[in-house]
Design a protein around this ligand. Structure first.
Ligand code: ADP
Length: 507
């Protein structure tokens, strides 16, 4: 086990359901590895605890080995054994918990979407804390993420601090308030939490159903630090329209709640070293970008007749949040404007998946449109590199990473002004923004006219003033979207919280 004694910085342990590239569904996975790497680089000891999924990318884990310890953790009135594995992911030490429970919680061929997700992740949250206790860890910060590991906050204070795992402050980051993991109150008892104590309006009771508990609310109430992933989204979720029922809870705990814009992992997303690409390129040598465009067109059997025909990319989970009707509209509008459109997306919502399969079939042999309806890491890199424009018409967007990745690859974002998009995409025609910060095309109203107003302007600039367009591309590729400054903001929060606890202990 890794010892914290040699490190003078903070000891930070992330407990999460995702970590890129081994177990990634969306942005959460990117954030857990990107933030952890940045914290480690700044001299802190960072460890991660994950479930051991059967569907992980095992080849991305270094030195994986089973620990010589049997971890017993409580669930449903008895103890279950867990096998614990340790390995290295992106240079970070990661513990993987494999429950030896008959329900085979993480042996389901998918990360989420199981009927017993509440059980799976409340079990995992408890087992992760049990691991820290049994291993004698003395972390300064335990950082949990989203509803799946939100249970850590009440479990820590109710059960694990009294057992002696009491060195830590708890930080909870909510990556999307749409997903709160509510369940019948009785289910909370399985992981050992006291339902009668916690199913109360000022604790974990869901704000709209009194017989239900809400893990995200529990983490907001019981954590020392609560963050979300952009300043604008932090404001939006404090309102009745944006808070998905939690605005009043967030307002009562507003002193400990802040929005910090995510960064991106600039090593993983770097066109000058990216091995997924046909050719690497950089801001000083954009010929390579053109070659990637040509290669993608060939690969997807799109027309290569005109090198200057603009290529619009979109990479997303196809869920209502992402503005699926506007994505569909953007495909048709791009065709009208004479461009090409490539969509990489998959949907957990059957009717949306079917709708896009129909569109994909309709355009099956079309020279200017291709829809690829699956999750494909390698292809995503090729699309960022090949596209001239990138569309993100979200209805709401806690942070959004694709606009930042797109800019790093020289693809200009066309985005709706909401959440983190509002904090990272600034319209080229917005006079209220200093000219050096303007980097894309934005719109406000989430309808077809709104989207057209941004997409049409992008096409106009691209075709009528390509020199200005190239300058915009180059400026965007130089923007610093690394985790550096955001990680510093997290460290400041961690340190303040640790200092407050130490002062309170001395008093
Ligand atoms: P969210 O977390 O809501 O899905 P983000 O913009 O924060 O959205 O993060 C999306 C991440 O997932 C990006 O790294 C993006 O490249 C990746 N991604 C989304 N859909 C796919 C897909 N179908 N194939 C490959 N990568 C995808």
């Amino acid at each position: 086990l890794i010892s914290s004694e040699t490190c003078t910085g903070l000891h930070i342990i992330h407990i999460a359901a995702e970590m890129a590239p081994v177990a990634k569904v969306g942005g959460l996975g990117d954030v857990v590895s990107g933030l952890s790497k940045a914290l480690q680089k700044k001299g802190h000891l960072v460890e991660v605890v994950l479930p051991k999924y059967d569907c992980m990318q095992n080849e991305r884990i270094g030195d994986m080995r089973a620990l010589d310890l049997v971890l017993e953790s409580y669930f449903d009135g008895r103890l279950y054994k867990n096998k614990v594995w340790v390995g290295t992911v992106e240079g970070l030490p990661v513990y993987f918990i494999e429950p030896l429970h008959p329900a085979k919680f993480f042996w389901r061929g998918q990360f989420y979407g199981e009927h017993d997700d509440f059980k799976r992740f409340s079990y995992f949250s408890r087992a992760a804390l049990e691991l820290l206790l049994q291993a004698g860890k003395k972390p300064d910060i335990i950082h949990c993420h989203d509803w799946q590991t939100a249970f850590v906050a009440p479990l820590y204070w109710d059960l694990y601090a009294p057992k002696g795992l009491n060195s830590a402050r708890i930080c909870f980051t909510c990556h999307n308030f749409e997903y709160q993991g509510t369940s019948n109150a009785s289910e909370l008892g399985s992981c050992g939490l006291d339902v009668s104590q916690l199913n109360r309006p000022d604790r974990m009771q869901d704000n709209s159903a009194h017989d239900r508990v809400n893990p995200v609310k529990g983490a907001v109430v019981f954590s020392n630090i609560v963050t979300t992933v952009s300043p604008t989204y932090a404001q939006e979720v404090r309102t009745a329209e944006g808070g998905r029922g939690l605005h009043s809870t967030l307002n009562s705990h507003s002193k400990k709640f802040v929005g910090i814009l995510n960064g991106i992992d600039t090593d993983a997303w770097d066109p000058s070293t990216d091995t997924f690409l046909k050719v690497q390129y950089s801001v000083d040598d954009l010929q390579g970008k053109a070659e990637n465009k040509e290669a993608l067109r060939k690969h997807l059997k799109l027309s290569s007749a005109d090198a200057m025909q603009p290529l619009v990319g979109c990479i997303t989970r196809l869920v209502p949040q992402k503005g699926v009707h506007l994505i569909r509209h953007a495909i048709y509008r791009t065709l009208e404007l004479g461009g090409q459109f490539v969509l990489l997306g998959s949907s957990p919502v059957p009717h949306i998946q079917r709708e896009f399969e129909d569109i994909a079939n309709h355009f099956q042999n079309h020279p200017n449109v291709r829809l690829i309806l699956k999750y494909d890491e390698a292809l995503s890199h090729s699309i960022y590199a090949a596209s001239d424009m990138f569309i993100i018409p979200s209805i709401f967007e806690p942070c959004g990473l694709t606009q930042m990745i797109a800019m790093r690859f020289g693809s200009v974002p066309i985005a709706r002004k909401t959440g983190g998009l509002n904090d990272s995409v600034f319209d080229v025609d917005d006079d209220s923004i200093p000219i050096q910060f303007r980097n894309g095309f934005t719109f406000v109203t989430p309808d077809e006219q709104g989207l057209n107003s941004a997409l049409d302007r992008a096409f106009n600039l691209y075709t009528k003033n390509n020199q200005t367009w190239q300058q915009l591309v180059q400026r965007n590729m130089k923007i610093d979207f690394s985790w550096d400054s955001s990680a510093s903001q997290y460290i400041e929060l961690y340190e303040k919280s640790v200092a407050r606890a130490r002062a309170a202990n001395r008093a």
